[in-house]
Design a protein around this ligand. Structure first.
Ligand SMILES: *Cc1c(COP(=O)(O)O)cnc(C)c1O
Length: 385
């Protein structure tokens, strides 16, 4: 606990449990980096709501970012109502009963096929608002190692493949979009651009914008911002287009925590600890990807004196967060602080097994930990019928 406070500057006894606590200071630091890229290149950077949609931070984000991108009707509406700047949309397919409402929210709409373009083009062009149409293409090249996070994995449904591209059907299309990265550096973008330009470069001259998607780990310490600036500038100068980036993770990377409490410790062949959180409900990526979140003050199994398998409070046997070791034995009431929990966690939480969601808190130096949302029985009930 003392180590967690020393490392984060947050008094964890003042937070509810379980809770996501997002540190405004760290958010601002990320957004300043993103803003500097926009200022230096004239590109637009959008927040991808899929990765981070904590809308109580939007009033702050608005000063740094050009808008949001959405991949569902609800995200588009959240961006329109709560962010209030540019709203972009891409979806693998748009449903006919949703498209009219979609169009009331968006400034850009990106289609995933020429058939979807043909189906909705007239509607978009006749809309009272000026909505820019784009197409998502698959550059046919990526370096993502985990297939479920690789938009260009074999037989991917995401983006028009080069063999299905119809150069004769680009009338009314103002932009080209690709998204082929995940947690990667500018060097990967540089290599993707080689393949992208080879296939689609000749069509870019007739476009107004090109969207490089997300997956750019711009706010990571070792990210090569200079190379990114160079690549954006070169593309904008070569093709006379505006570059758009839409990172989700980079906006909220290393800005928040999930604090949980040990409820009990038991033994079955090894020491087990049950916490008031859940891998399934609160950190599904630990099972899906899978990955191991860091807990402040912990080590790998066997590294420190006392090793525990941490499990969640559902009855699912596999609801296991992982094996961690500590200098002291765990006991009921101990707080555990998981790091880097702002992105792709809060947006993925759910109430399987009736487990309540973590509270959502903001931290700043003036106000300390401020709870902006808690969830009730009604939130659980109202998702069901
Ligand atoms: C997920 C996604 C993003 C954001 O990706 P990050 O890895 O969070 O930066 C951007 N654009 C599209 C189309 C996406 O699917």
């Amino acid at each position: 606990m003392q180590e967690a406070q020393a490392q984060t500057g947050i008094d964890w006894t003042t937070a509810p449990s379980p809770a996501f606590v997002v540190d405004e200071r760290l958010l601002k630091r990320n957004w300043e980096i993103l803003k500097s890229v926009q200022d230096r290149t004239g590109c637009d950077i959008l927040l991808a709501l899929k990765g981070f949609s904590m809308w109580s931070t939007f009033p702050m984000a608005r000063d740094y970012l050009a808008g949001i991108t959405s991949s569902s009707l609800f995200e588009a509406r959240l961006g329109y109502e709560e962010f209030g700047k540019e709203v972009h949309a891409y979806a693998p397919a748009y449903a006919a009963h949703e498209i009219d409402e979609y169009l009331t929210y968006v400034d850009h709409i990106v289609f995933n096929s020429f058939d979807q373009l043909r189906q909705y083009k007239e509607k978009v062009q006749n809309h009272e608002k000026n909505i820019s149409i784009g197409l998502r293409v698959n550059p046919g090249y990526s370096e993502v190692e985990t297939p479920i996070y690789d938009p260009c994995y074999i037989n991917s449904r995401l983006g028009i493949s080069f063999e299905s591209f119809e150069p004769q059907s680009l009338d009314g299309v103002e932009g080209i979009h690709f998204h082929a990265m995940c947690e990667q550096g500018a060097d990967v973008l540089e290599r993707i651009l080689v393949h992208f330009e080879e296939k689609y470069g000749k069509y870019l001259h007739q476009m107004k914008w090109v969207n490089f998607g997300g997956g750019h780990h711009i706010t990571r310490e070792d990210y090569d911002v200079e190379l990114l600036v160079k690549l954006i500038t070169r593309i904008q100068d070569t093709y006379d287009v505006k570059v758009i980036l839409e990172p989700g993770e980079a906006c909220a990377l290393n800005t928040g925590y999930l604090v949980a409490t040990v409820l009990d410790t038991i033994k079955n062949g090894m020491d087990l600890a049950i916490v008031d959180s859940s891998a399934t409900c609160h950190m599904p990526d630990t099972l899906e990807m899978p990955y191991r979140p860091h807990i402040i003050g912990s080590g790998k199994a066997g590294e420190k004196a006392y090793t525990y398998r941490l499990g969640g409070m559902t009855c699912l046997a596999g609801d296991i967060i992982g094996d961690y070791s500590f200098d002291e034995p765990l006991k009921a009431g101990d707080r555990l602080v998981f790091t880097d929990m702002a992105h792709y966690t809060m947006v993925k939480t759910h109430m399987f097994n009736g487990v309540n969601l973590p509270s959502i808190c903001l931290f700043n130096e003036e106000e300390g930990v401020k709870t902006v949302r808690t969830f009730q029985y009604e939130d659980y009930r109202n998702r069901l019928s």
